[in-house]
Design a protein around this ligand. Structure first.
Ligand code: SF4
Length: 72
């Protein structure tokens, strides 16, 4: 079964599919305070705004990163 990891920041949920990740490092270059593969968890969504996170996720070349907004 495909592994899916989720990271939440308020209403925003970042969905990461490691099986799709090309390790191109675009996320790390764009938001180094959020994405650090050397740390656990490697995604720290509290270190950027929701707008910054969504803009970055749109630039993930493989589709490994996606997001959803959970309505309250
Ligand atoms: S930008 Fe996407 S494909 Fe590249 S390392 Fe990050 S999650 Fe993986």
């Amino acid at each position: 079964m495909e592994k899916i990891v989720e990271y939440t920041k308020g209403e925003l949920t970042i969905v990461w599919r490691p099986g799709l990740c090309q390790h191109a490092g675009v996320c790390v270059k764009m938001l180094p305070l959020v994405y650090n593969p050397k740390e656990r968890p490697w995604v720290k969504p509290d270190n950027a705004t929701v707008e910054e996170l969504i803009a970055q996720i749109s630039n993930c070349p493989s589709g490994a990163l996606s997001y959803r907004i959970d309505e309250k």
